[in-house]
Design a protein around this ligand. Sequence first.
Ligand code: SF4
Ligand code: SF4
Length: 333
Amino acid sequence: MAINRPFEFFVQWHLTENCNLRCRHCYQGERSADEMTLPEIQKVISEVSDMVKDWSESYGVCFSPSMNITGGEPFLRTDLFDILREIKKQGFEIFLLTNGTLVDRERAHLLADLGIKGVQGSMEGPEDGHDAIRGDASYSESAAGVGQWVGAGVKSVIGFASHAGVKRVGFSRLVPAGRGRRLLPHMLTRAQVKELYEALFSLELKGIEVVTGDPVAAQMNVEAAKDAGTTAISGCAAGVAGLTILPNGNVAPCRRLPLFLGNVRRDSLREIWAASPVLEALRERDRYRGKCGACARWARCRGCRAIAYACSRSKGEDDYLADDPQCFIETTS
Ligand code: SF4
Ligand code: SF4
């Protein structure tokens, strides 16, 4: 008998490393021009679609597959709309992540016509702060782009003022990797993260939902009365709910977790998902160390593996199964 609740599976696809901004905290290091071609991309979209259909038939489970399309800046790919149309044709929900600066009226309406599920833009806060991080005049350019897609009726996720018509405010923690590595000494302490999250969740923004993909934030105000078990069911998506494809076809558990799992130009994504030793380790509680490995919330959290890995590397270790060093949650084992 089929299970009614759809299981989520997503591919985060970075189509290009090119970007028209150079943000201080960007996790991207040097840029490469070795990008997959449109036919290569179409082949992989088709493979993922077949894989999800086979899973549904084999396990009697309904999937809700989605693709998060981003870059660099995805609008720098001239074939972006060809790619989006192919993804839509193959039955995926599409979320687009952009800095917003290249979205004009025509592009906003093309996105709306395609039935894009949501567009995520990135604003750092007030204009001065935003421009200091993302570059001069980037605030006004991004704000104009947001205005275009909101005006075209596309759902938006963004840290931005309510008068812009935005419905959700998203936030995430710094991963000290790529250019963001230089910000390592400025990382917030556990206590500061706790204080910040408490303040964010207590904000009363009329008509705006505060959202985050941070598994630690999701544990706030959730009682961990008993151990949630050894099967990962929610929390950090790495190894559990999705994969990341980089512009040259390399596959990683998450864009912020730079572990090489294979390359879709020569490897089957289905085999990577089923047989990668790294993904296997991410799914096994026994392999985790310290506080996370012993935590009753493991099945629903596992911390941010990217932050755990980046911090471990900064200490000369290479441990993606280490503790999330910013976890402030009281845990029981
Ligand atoms: S110890 Fe790890 S698994 Fe437990 S709540 Fe903290 S980050 Fe999550
Ligand atoms: S590693 Fe961090 S950023 Fe990546 S899916 Fe997990 S929680 Fe999210």
